[in-house]
Design a protein around this ligand. Structure first.
Ligand SMILES: [Zn+2]
Ligand SMILES: [Zn+2]
Ligand SMILES: [Zn+2]
Length: 360
């Protein structure tokens, strides 16, 4: 739908219109503004199809990392077809938008599988490397030197080997074999994946308007309106193949086809602030979007004898925007081209329309 232009009666007494009264009240309330510029001013044009939007987007990011765990096999049940793709498992995520990061460790029993123990090749025991399987080693205490006959006759038996010249192997308790500790003597190992999951939310705020109000000013205007108007809320799952423009077209735009929200710009913003944060191990799993709408009336008025310093091509025409009602019911007005205000250069109480005054 095209912007509706509401014609204003050109009665000549434009200054007495309801719109002009709003501007007069505003100028009176402003320090350093002189209302003389409105004395003969008249309203030219009133446009009510004007809006500003605050678009909050939260994406829930999910990071997954798996770690292989190995234990001796103890007769556990082994699933037939183990799926070891880390993104094939479904987990209930925490709510989107939380400022806290949540982490969780999940044991994926469904990924269990077994292998033969490499240490003992499945034989549960392996040869003692210390005695090479002999169970004993030559006694190195009693073969140090050759003894004379006298020495031989006086010699006491070797206390280490009792003159057998073989000492026990402590590594295998003289059995020559060692019980495999890796598989605890069962010959098999059990493996499974353990997954570390981390959830965190990314939040971005975008402002859009079909007025000439600078985008950086819009947050201030929205904050001034006492009653927030929640225009649209959505919270839904996000698949790996989802794209923002499709999501937005299928949800918001379907319900509000004439919203004036620039989807391309919003998509670009989303990709920069959310989409790019997704990596191989980290995906967007949920999206939450909340839109606040500010209904704005744009009024153009003519003040003969005054010059628009902000927009030269406007000549003697000026604009202001009414964007709601304040706490006391007063109309909230935004303008940045009123011709008779003070920038402070001639003292704080001096209102003027000097060419050198650059107040915005
Ligand atoms: Zn000995
Ligand atoms: Zn040994
Ligand atoms: Zn083993």
């Amino acid at each position: 739908m095209a912007n509706k232009v509401t014609p204003v009666e050109k009665s000549g007494a434009g200054s007495s219109s309801a719109e002009m009264d709003v501007m007069k009240t505003y100028v009176k309330s402003k320090f350093g503004y002189n209302s003389a510029a409105l004395t003969h001013a008249k309203v030219n044009n009133v446009q009510r199809e004007r809006f500003a939007y605050q678009i909050d987007i939260w994406t829930l990011m999910e990071y997954r990392q798996t770690k292989k765990i190995t234990r001796p096999y103890n007769g556990e049940n082994i699933p037939n077809a183990a799926n070891r793709n880390e993104w094939e498992f479904d987990f209930e995520p925490p709510p989107t938008g939380s400022k806290k990061t949540k982490t969780d460790i999940r044991t994926l029993e469904q990924t269990r599988w077994t292998t033969i123990c490499r240490k003992c090749s499945g034989f549960c025991r392996y040869m003692c490397s210390s005695c090479k399987g002999d169970g004993g080693k030559p006694c190195y205490h009693c073969k140090i030197k050759a003894l004379t006959e006298t020495e031989m006759s006086n010699k006491k038996p070797c206390k280490h080997c009792n003159d057998t010249h073989v000492i026990h192997c402590t590594g295998c308790k003289s059995t020559g074999m060692i019980d495999c500790k890796s598989c605890k003597g069962c010959g098999k190992l059990l493996h499974w994946y353990e997954m570390k999951i981390k959830w965190y939310s990314i939040h971005s705020v975008t402002y859009q308007s079909n007025t000439k109000i600078p985008v950086k000013v819009i947050p201030k205007l929205i904050r001034k309106v006492p009653e927030k108007k929640d225009f649209w809320d959505n919270d839904q799952k996000w698949a790996k193949t989802d794209t923002f423009d499709k999501y937005f077209q299928n949800t918001f735009v379907k319900q509000h086809p004439n919203s004036h929200i620039n989807v391309d710009k919003l998509t670009e913003d989303f990709n920069k602030k959310h989409g790019k944060k997704a990596k191989k191990n980290c995906r967007i799993v949920q999206i939450k979007c909340s839109i606040q709408k500010l209904d704005i009336t744009e009024v153009e008025y003519e003040a003969k004898g005054f010059t628009n310093k902000e927009e030269k091509e406007m000549v003697d025409k000026f604009k202001y925007y009414v964007y709601g009602k304040g706490k006391k019911g007063e109309p909230l007005v935004y303008e940045n081209d009123y011709p008779m205000n003070s920038c402070g250069c001639f003292g704080p109480k001096c209102a003027h329309h000097s060419v050198c005054c650059t107040i915005a």
